[in-house]
Design a protein around this ligand. Structure first.
Ligand SMILES: NC(=O)c1ccc[n+]([C@@H]2O[C@H](COP(=O)([O-])OP(=O)(O)OC[C@H]3O[C@@H](n4cnc5c(N)ncnc54)[C@H](OP(=O)(O)O)[C@@H]3O)[C@@H](O)[C@H]2O)c1
Length: 346
């Protein structure tokens, strides 16, 4: 609700040696912000967290020049004073990145060529090793992770079925992204039989983003040797202490059913919860190159276009009208930066 947040202005000091002034160009709103951040009392006060792409507009920082684009984790703020030592996602081995526009549009650094793309690739390709002819089902199919999962599975030669809410999202998955089918979980009568109709050979890989009712409809269709990478379970994020509540929780539910823990690289059947950040810097860099190659080749979409938009992101100017930064003079304040904060805990 709007009253849960406030937009405040802070005065920025002049740059010290080793610092640079960044102006946010893109920022994200991702599900983990609901599940981890919004549920934490510590979230009240500091700027709303989130991935960012920013432009260097002034620099006293070696190696960073005016006009460079910076992929970081600076949150919902208009301007930020940064240093070269800053990291992304609080991960020590993930320094801020100078965006190479040869890889893709800068906004894709917050989507397919960033966290959500890494997640899709790691969960599907690294963990499950999909094989041609297998049936892959992905929930939240039209979301930032799901749409990349489905397209990667098509490239691997799989029969790909999405689960999404509403006819528009379903036809986006089939007509635009090339999925073989997409099931509307909000339609009346949705259940295990609806999934069975489009997965006549059962499900070999279920990429879990949702939990709850969608998971229940999938379970009877899982093949004996299925792999279930659990990426998230967004249907439960509004439930208090959702990690511990068994209902609709895929980890608890699949364990109850006797599924084993998935072995490395899809070598056995079973389920596993995974995080994209399990990939080290070199692996992440290889995945970035591969996703960029796919994005630019357009080979993943039926229309030959690059159809990997970023996860929900917005031009920063949409968040708050810009405050003009005045020219910096030594020892002078330089004007204000707006940022959005969470006002209260609920
Ligand atoms: N493990 C990791 O490292 C990692 C990293 C990134 C994301 N994730 C997880 O991946 C999942 C997808 O993230 P994303 O970035 O793709 O999100 P997104 O682009 O914001 O899409 C989320 C989609 O989830 C669907 N959804 C919401 N509530 C639902 C419900 N009650 N039942 C069924 N579907 C529901 C909505 O689509 P519909 O309109 O179709 O319902 C929504 O568009 C989330 O669970 C997230 O937490 C995990």
């Amino acid at each position: 609700m709007p009253e849960d947040f406030e937009i405040v202005s802070e005065t920025l000091p002049p740059l010290a040696a080793g610092e640079m002034l960044l102006k946010t160009k893109y920022l994200t709103l991702d599900p983990y912000m609901r599940s981890e951040y919004m549920n934490s009392k510590r979230a009240v006060g500091p700027p709303v967290i989130g991935g960012t792409v920013s432009e260097v507009i002034e620099s006293r920082c070696e190696g960073w020049s005016v006009g460079d684009l910076v992929v970081g984790y600076y949150g919902w703020t208009e301007y930020k004073i940064a240093t070269a030592e800053d990291v992304q996602w609080n991960l020590e081995n993930m320094p801020i990145e100078k965006w190479d526009t040869d890889l893709g549009e800068p906004s894709t650094a917050l989507g397919v060529l960033g966290m959500t793309g890494y997640t899709a690739y790691h969960g599907l390709v690294n963990i499950c090793s999909p094989q041609a002819g297998e049936t892959v089902v992905v929930s939240a199919a039209s979301g930032a992770v799901g749409q990349v999962v489905g397209q990667l599975a098509k490239i691997a030669g799989c029969h790909v079925v999405g689960v999404a809410g509403g006819p528009a999202k379903c036809s986006y998955c089939t007509d635009e992204l090339g999925f073989d089918a997409c099931v509307d979980y909000k339609a009346e009568g949705f259940g295990a039989d609806t999934i069975k109709e489009v997965c006549p050979n059962g499900i070999d890989i279920y990429f879990e983003n949702v939990g709850g009712d969608v998971l229940e409809a999938v379970i009877p269709n899982l093949n004996a040797n299925c792999r279930v990478p659990i990426c998230g379970y967004i249907a439960r994020y509004n439930v208090d202490n959702f990690i511990k509540v068994p209902e609709g929780n895929p980890m608890i539910r699949l364990k109850e059913l006797g599924l084993p823990i998935l072995g490395r690289k899809g070598s056995t059947s079973g389920f596993t919860f995974f995080g994209w950040n399990a990939m080290g810097p070199e692996e992440r860099s290889d995945v970035l190159q591969e996703l960029s190659r796919l994005l630019q080749s357009g080979e993943q979409s039926p229309r030959g276009n690059a159809l990997f938009p970023p996860s929900f992101s917005m031009e920063q100017d949409q968040l708050a009208a810009c405050t003009t930064i005045k020219a910096a003079g030594t020892g002078q304040t330089r004007g204000n930066s707006k940022l959005m904060k969470k006002r209260r805990f609920w």
